[in-house]
Design a protein around this ligand. Structure first.
Ligand code: ZN
Length: 375
């Protein structure tokens, strides 16, 4: 798979993991760990792209993290040791960081990331220095005082309580460990690892296990398998349908992974146009409930309506990705030939494999169709 894809999926993982930490200080530490492990995993080119991607895609997270950064590195920033950070000190630090040799500053942060934190602190300087009513300094200094440790502490506690209130992101399936799955193609495993995805298998009903999430995430109330983008989990129910369901959910993950951030391959014009082409070739008289009962409900509704919703497009991708239910896969290909070719091309361009067939027969013969499939 290409460098951009590896970089963007690693950046998504980092943003998710940082967002899942309830506290600013812990989120900052998670960021440091993620950056270090990504640096070890990726080539220098990929890593440079990752930093670029992260600094733009993670803009909303970075504001909180700059407070964590200032708190963790207060002594370094407080150049004159007077217990407060002035605009001059922040500006001076930025000059040192950007002119230093090498890719990281001496505190171990990538230079561009540290520069972003410093810009953010500079922008928020006037409001941050009034976070606490640390008035002791006002009597000592003529100049407006800078940001003190007390200011940072109150900014952190205010931000922490907001994070808890608005982003209570925890794993959906708490208490379920991820379990290794044997038949995953190498390229797919690599992508899952880069995305930090955990595959979790539950006994019994998944929707019962996810009961506490039904009100805020209605899709959990009907799921027999689930791809949760924000918590990096793929959940499936144990049983005879699990292999198909897991492939389908991995299909949703790949649709997401093929486009940066939270966008999907199935939102791209190339895919939407291919699907429109398929739709215009279909007869409006077809009784889809009879002809294609295996198709996902969203997809059948779209076939009747003559246009596919965003959710239906995602289901089409997932069912054209999976091969475990070979009959469904082949029927999807015959109904949506152009959409299926667009997916084949995207997978081929990135070197992402499909799962092999149950009997290990080549995929090109799966549909009794010798026209060369790309994969
Ligand atoms: Zn689905």
């Amino acid at each position: 798979m290409n460098s951009e894809l590896k970089a963007s999926i690693s950046a998504d993982r980092t943003i998710d993991r940082v967002a899942m930490r309830p506290g600013v200080d812990a989120a900052y530490q998670t960021l440091i760990n993620e950056v270090n492990s990504t640096r070890a995993e990726l080539t220098p080119t990929e890593y440079a792209l990752f930093l670029k991607e992260f600094s733009t895609a993670g803009a909303s997270e970075l504001g909180d993290l700059s407070i964590g950064y200032a708190d963790a590195n207060f002594k370094v920033l407080d150049n004159d040791g007077d217990g407060q950070l002035s605009k001059d000190e922040i500006g001076k630090r930025k000059g040192e960081v950007t002119s230093a040799n090498g890719e990281r500053s001496e505190i171990g942060l990538p230079k561009e990331l540290e520069a972003t934190f410093l810009d953010n602190l500079m922008e928020r300087h006037d409001s941050l220095r009034f976070e606490s009513r640390d008035d002791g300094f006002l009597t000592l200094y003529q100049e407006p005082r800078g940001i003190t440790r007390k200011d940072l502490a109150s900014a952190i506690s205010r931000t922490d309580s907001l994070r808890k209130q608005f982003a209570p992101r925890t794993y959906l399936t708490k208490g379920f460990d991820s379990s290794p799955v044997a038949d995953i193609p190498d390229s797919v495993q690599e992508l899952l690892n880069l995305g930090g995805m955990e595959l979790k298998s539950v006994s019994g009903s998944l929707k019962d296990k996810l009961k506490e999430h039904h009100s805020e995430q209605p899709n959990t109330a009907m799921a027999v398998g689930l791809y949760s983008a924000t918590t990096n989990e793929i959940m499936t129910e144990k049983g005879s349908y699990e292999a198909k369901s897991r492939q389908h959910e991995i299909g949703h993950f790949i649709d997401d992974a093929l486009s940066p951030g939270r966008s999907h391959f199935t939102e791209r014009p190339a895919f939407v146009q291919a699907l429109d082409k398929d739709m215009s070739a279909l007869s409006s008289a077809t009784e889809w409930n009879k002809e294609f009962p295996e198709a996902h409900l969203f997809v059948r509704s779209g076939l009747y309506a003559g246009r596919m919703s965003e959710s239906a497009r995602k289901e089409i991708f997932a069912d054209l990705y999976q091969t475990r239910d070979t009959e469904l896969y082949c029927k999807m290909r015959s109904v949506f030939p152009a959409a299926s070719a667009a997916i084949d091309k995207a997978l081929h361009d990135q070197g992402i494999e499909r799962f092999s067939l149950k009997n290990n027969a080549p995929l090109s013969t799966a549909c009794g169709d010798t026209r060369a499939l790309i994969l």
